[in-house]
Design a protein around this ligand. Structure first.
Ligand SMILES: Nc1nc2c(c(=O)[nH]1)N[C@H]1C(S)=C(S)[C@@H](COP(=O)(O)OP(=O)(O)OC[C@H]3O[C@@H](n4cnc5c(=O)[nH]c(N)nc54)[C@H](O)[C@@H]3O)O[C@H]1N2
Ligand SMILES: Nc1nc2c(c(=O)[nH]1)N[C@H]1C(S)=C(S)[C@@H](COP(=O)(O)OP(=O)(O)OC[C@H]3O[C@@H](n4cnc5c(=O)[nH]c(N)nc54)[C@H](O)[C@@H]3O)O[C@H]1N2
Ligand code: SF4
Ligand SMILES: [Mo]
Length: 701
């Protein structure tokens, strides 16, 4: 029997593609992009095109297992474990949780998850219910977008912006710290369409991405200096009277303060920090303000710096002063994640914290400080960690401390995974997780405004269970009796879609969007009152003042600059530390992996070279480093061994390397051995792109 099932890609990617899975006699035989999905347009990225290799990988973790080999040693695969039943595994975890909770309090238990699966239920559904009811520590999920998301909200009130389709109508597009070909490929066709109609594409990025190579104008910028560039642009725009007087007066607050601040950022001064010539800054500002409509695609690259919050804040002010929010093909997109008025409280049930043994909201732990948390936190210390949807042994900053933490003999670790990852090397118990082919879920997106139901295409492989099924069962083993722990996926999807109290969905964007309809049609566009959707054409900012806040009382109250100002990162060429470690490392994502997902799939590995350190010839030559040489990249936190690649992607003073599974790296280490747990100015996010290193020639490993 042959059928075609509509699913949706739940990986951590703005595109949230509609996917068609062909199933023959119970086995998936083909995957393709849904041609009916207006953003997916029938194609998938290279890595998900190979998805059958992931689903049917011989390396899949298929059964619950208990560790027998010493942690961090052994082969790192099934041979380090013995198979046990689900009941045994869950009993063991429940018993541990009870003992720890009795002795240290439930806050000694820490859930650790991120966006391995962005399905609404898989990301934060039954799992959240479970941990709230348990009274475990809460996890502040900052590792990706907290700085940018929070900063954007300080200006416009929420995570909303220009839909991708509208980029086709732009005449001027700035990709600002946005690696579109690598991480947001479904925006590209709209940009191409705009360019066919004469639009100009400008790329601002310290790394010459493929998008930069395709651009009309590429501006390499020194890492962590975007605040200065945006303020410099506003200096020109305001000084030359290129702003929208009417829009500014009706829909913004704090313009006078911004004007004063921008005065301090003349292009000549900004040029010294950014490395972009003053004339180019003037030209960029003039073109951006006058070639209309102009849209900015700013992505998360700019906010992984110590001053990343201020960077996003300053950039987000640009369309507010030019009034470009009024125009189809104008405005700005960082994320659209808050366009979906789903009822997350019903799905996640934070009220259950009151029913936990704590009887109150539990302490909050920042996931971007995992190393510190596992090695220094007390009152109570973390005695058990439950990892799902994440691979912290690769992706968390300050890898060395993270591993030191996981190796603590008194720490109990459970990991729910699809594969034997770097993190399962430290697990006492591993539990098998389904892939999105094997369970049903509801999806929003952060790069478009379509809701989707992802249907189950095939039976779960082995004894794999979805996150929802796992936490429902674990609740039973803990003896939790609340009815919400009995609910099934359809009930939970219905709850998410029924934002019925009017407060959540005052404009009725979910009107008419039901599970039944999504099951039939696959996707539905949010029902914005007017099409095309211009969220801020007439103000409508959801800030405290109801206006775009160029001056923020809330930031002032936190002791931060209420406008925006450029403070050079401590780890940058402008700092003292640069004397010892003169190179700015971009510890990047790989275009063909997804953070650390896909690193282990052979057909995808063929498309990547994660062992390389990209370096400029002017930095390589004085160090006696030639193309292909082994190099030691180091700072006070750690070192990694890579091979030099002198290819012109980075300017003098910058080097770049990629995320990869530590165990697949030549020296067994994640690139995060070099990054720090310093947090961003806004949002307490990680600072993967504020990282100083030195590089020297090394003998082969
Ligand atoms: N193929 C693929 N797709 C992905 C991912 C992946 O790993 N692989 N990851 C997914 C995830 S989790 C996310 S959050 C999104 C993120 O998607 P992006 O926001 O695109 O994330 P990054 O690749 O971190 O950064 C984008 C660009 O910012 C540049 N950059 C670094 N520092 C600076 C700076 O100081 N200023 C400026 N102007 N630019 C800077 C980087 O060189 C990079 O080219 O992509 C998602 N999609
Ligand atoms: N140096 C450096 N470090 C970075 C970044 C960077 O650019 N540079 N990027 C950061 C960013 S933006 C992010 S978002 C984080 C990402 O960090 P993570 O969210 O940890 O992302 P992944 O590495 O993709 O790991 C996700 C894991 O979840 C598993 N998984 C997938 N689906 C399911 C499921 O349904 N259930 C369960 N239980 N597991 C599942 C996958 O097999 C995979 O191993 O990394 C951050 N780390
Ligand atoms: S990873 Fe992104 S581009 Fe690739 S299929 Fe999934 S949503 Fe689409
Ligand atoms: Mo991310």
């Amino acid at each position: 029997m042959k059928k075609v099932v509509h699913a949706a890609c739940p990986h951590d990617c703005p595109d949230a593609c509609g996917v068609l899975v062909t199933v023959e006699d119970g086995r998936a035989t083909r995957i393709q992009g849904d041609p009916a999905h207006p953003i997916t347009r029938g194609f998938l990225c290279a890595k998900v095109t190979k998805y059958l290799d992931r689903v049917y990988s011989p390396g899949r973790l298929l059964y619950p297992m208990r560790r027998v080999a010493a942690k961090g040693q052994g082969a790192g695969d099934a041979s380090d474990f013995v198979q046990i039943s689900w009941d045994e595994a869950l009993d063991e975890i429940a018993a541990k949780f009870k003992t720890i909770s009795n002795e240290f309090g439930p806050e000694a238990i820490l859930p650790y998850s991120y966006a391995g699966n962005m399905g609404i239920l898989s990301y934060a559904g039954m799992s959240h219910r479970f941990f709230y009811r348990l009274g475990s520590s809460q996890l502040n999920r900052t590792i990706c977008s907290a700085a940018g998301g929070d900063a954007l909200s300080t200006v416009i009130g929420r995570r909303l912006g220009t839909e991708p389709q509208q980029f086709a109508d732009s005449k001027y597009i700035i990709a600002w710290g946005a690696n579109i070909h690598g991480t947001n490929i479904h925006l590209w066709p709209f940009i191409e369409e705009a360019r066919r109609k004469g639009a100009k594409l400008v790329v601002i990025d310290p790394y010459k991405t493929r998008t930069a190579r395709c651009a009309d104008w590429y501006l390499p910028i020194n890492p962590g200096t975007d605040v200065a560039l945006a303020l410099g642009m506003m200096h020109v725009i305001i000084h030359e009277g290129l702003f929208d007087v009417d829009y500014v007066s009706r829909f913004t607050v704090g313009f006078e303060q911004l004007k004063d601040r921008a005065r301090e950022y003349p292009p000549e001064r900004v040029a010294q920090w950014t490395g972009i010539p003053a004339e180019d800054i003037r030209k960029l500002a003039r073109e951006y303000a006058t070639v209309r409509p102009a849209a900015i695609r700013v992505n998360y690259g700019v906010q992984r710096s110590e001053n990343g919050g201020m960077a996003v804040r300053a950039i987000a002010m640009l369309p507010c002063i030019t009034g470009s929010w009024k125009e189809v093909g104008g405005g700005l997109q960082l994320t659209l994640s808050q366009s979906f008025p789903l009822d997350r409280r019903k799905v996640e049930r934070p009220d259950l914290m009151a029913k936990s043994p704590l009887g109150r909201a539990a302490r909050v732990v920042n996931m971007s400080e995992l190393g510190k948390v596992l090695t220094t936190l007390n009152k109570p210390p973390v005695k058990a960690i439950f990892v799902y949807n994440s691979n912290p042994a690769v992706v968390a900053p300050n890898h060395t401390d993270v591993i030191r933490g996981f190796l603590r003999p008194d720490l109990f670790t459970a990991v729910h995974e699809q594969f034997f990852t770097d993190t399962t090397r430290y697990a006492d118990i591993v539990l098998p997780a389904t892939t999105f082919f094997e369970h049903k879920d509801l999806l929003g997106a952060y790069g478009h405004c379509y809701v989707q139901v992802s249907n189950q295409a095939i039976e779960a492989r082995g004894e794999a269970r979805s996150n929802t099924d796992l936490f429902r069962a674990l609740a039973r083993h803990m003896g939790f009796t609340e009815e919400c722990f009995e609910e099934n996926v359809d009930q939970m999807i219905d709850q998410a879609l029924a934002a019925d109290d009017g407060k959540l969905d005052p404009q009725g964007w979910l009107t008419g969007i039901t599970r039944e309809r999504l099951e039939q049609e696959g996707h539905a566009h949010l029902k914005f009152g007017s099409e095309p959707f211009l969220p801020f054409a007439n103000g409508g900012f959801t800030t405290a003042s109801g206006k775009a806040e160029l001056y923020s009382e809330a930031l002032a109250a936190e002791g931060l600059d209420p406008v925006a100002s450029f403070i050079p990162p401590r780890e940058s060429r402008h700092s003292q530390q640069a004397r010892r470690f003169p190179l700015e490392l971009l510890a990047r994502k790989a275009d063909n992996y997804l953070n650390s997902s896909f690193c282990n799939v052979p057909s995808v590995q063929k498309m990547e070279h994660p062992e390389l350190l990209e370096i400029n010839s002017q930095d390589a030559a004085p160090r006696g480093i030639k193309e292909g040489d082994w190099v030691r990249v180091f700072n006070d936190r750690g070192e990694v061994k890579l091979r030099a690649h002198v290819n012109g992607t980075v300017q003098c003073g910058v080097v770049a390397a990629k995320l990869n599974w530590a165990r697949l790296a030549p020296d067994g280490k994640s690139i995060n051995a070099l990054t720090s747990e310093t947090l961003t100015d806004i949002g307490a996010g990680p600072t993967f792109y504020s990282c100083l290193v030195e590089v020297e020639s090394a003998a082969k490993l």
